[in-house]
Design a binder for this molecule. Structure first.
Ligand SMILES: [Zn+2]
Length: 376
């Protein structure tokens, strides 16, 4: 018999023998297998490894055949090599199938010794979702990042300088009264707006174009249906040469249409902020009544012609404040106000979330009531 045939016969025999041992074990003696060494010598897994090494190992019988090929006459080598390769493929397939059988047997063995019933249905793990405010915040960030804005942060507990003075709000300035500030001490406050990021960023990135978006928590002594002492704002700052109020309007218009729909229109009302000049309040047309102040077509229990409660029948929704960067702010942080201009705007993420989902009370957002949160 040729050495190749001889090895093939032996391989088949050895694999078959081990297979019958495994089959016998899985039927009758599986639990015993799982509990370590046994009286009949090596475990099937151990035997399997030995067998595999004997045939397929580096110094195994099939490698030996390949090594022996060198002693053959050149014309016999291709035919011989083909037969050896076939034998190796056969051995690999046999061992793969056998290994699967052994693993199944081991699992069956460990299950038979335990009280676990693998046929019972599993526990359903409830999947959470992002908080509605987080969803809105992520959506806003993603939109502005798409326009090339960079994410920036600033401390929530900050020096008076960053929150007020550098933003053109000196200690005796009347606008401080509007801020209802939490003071940590004379010089340290809980920031009342995200605008402190403007000062930090301009100080650490002097004399270069800026385009940042800065979401974060801010604090004010205020607590009613539409105000919470801690709330989230998002702030944007753009500084470069030749930045105008038109750039501000264009940017906000793009955002408003993205957030509230393609039919959204905007209006700017003159306003006052110490750190922007000129300043404006931005309103968008009410997405719910399409700016008419009354619900045009009945929805659900609301008949057509009912006054719109989203915009309080004005047709407009207040979104936030904005304006061109006041030259005094550039002066405070040591920038050249002749060389640079810029714009900034900020709005409350809580407010946008309430508008977007028609949430009537801001405290829903912080109650952590699952009945409410599961709706998003
Ligand atoms: Zn409306």
């Amino acid at each position: 018999m040729q050495p190749i045939d001889e090895i093939r016969v032996r391989l088949d025999g050895d694999v078959q023998k081990l297979e019958s041992r495994v089959a016998g074990k899985s039927a009758a003696q599986a639990p015993a297998l799982a509990s370590g060494p046994e009286e009949e010598g090596p475990t099937p897994a151990r035997q399997f490894e030995d067998l595999k090494v004997r045939y397929l190992g580096k110094k195994g019988e099939i490698s030996g055949l390949l090594r022996a090929m060198g002693t053959l006459p050149a014309e016999e080598r291709p035919g011989f090599g083909k037969l050896v390769n076939e034998l190796r493929d056969r051995a690999e397939a046999l061992f793969a199938a056998l290994q699967e059988r052994i693993q199944e047997m081991e699992i069956a063995g460990s299950l038979a010794g335990s009280k676990l019933d693998p046929t019972l249905p599993g526990y359903r793990v409830p999947l959470g979702s992002l908080h509605p405010m987080s969803q809105v915040r992520e959506e806003i960030i993603a939109f502005f990042q798409g326009l090339g804005f960079e994410l920036a942060v600033a401390p929530e507990v900050d020096n008076d300088w960053y929150n007020f003075e550098a933003l053109n709000i000196p200690p005796d300035h009347p606008s401080r009264d509007m801020h209802d500030t939490f003071y940590v001490d004379d010089k340290v406050v809980l920031r009342t707006h995200t605008s402190n990021v403007q000062v930090h960023y301009m100080e650490t990135h002097p004399d270069q174009p800026i385009r940042i978006i800065a979401p974060g928590f801010v604090y004010r002594v205020d607590n009613d249906a539409t105000h919470s002492p801690m709330f989230q704002q998002v702030e944007c700052l753009v500084v470069d040469k030749d930045i105008s109020f038109a750039n501000l309007k264009g940017t906000l218009f793009l955002w408003a249409r993205h957030m509230f729909g393609a039919e959204t229109t905007m209006r700017f009302r003159p306003s006052y902020f110490p750190f922007t000049e000129p300043s404006a309040e931005m309103d968008v047309s009410c997405y719910f009544c399409k700016g008419t102040g009354t619900v045009p077509t009945g929805t659900g229990t609301v008949p057509a012609g009912t006054g719109c409660r989203v915009c309080k029948q004005t047709g407009w929704i207040e979104i936030g404040g904005c304006g061109s960067v006041d030259p005094n702010v550039f002066g405070k942080v040591g920038w050249d106000a002749e060389k640079y201009t810029g714009f900034a705007f900020g709005f409350g993420i809580d407010r946008i979330t309430m508008l977007k989902y028609g949430i009537p009370d801001i405290s829903y957002l912080t109650r952590n009531d699952n009945r409410f949160l599961r709706q998003f």
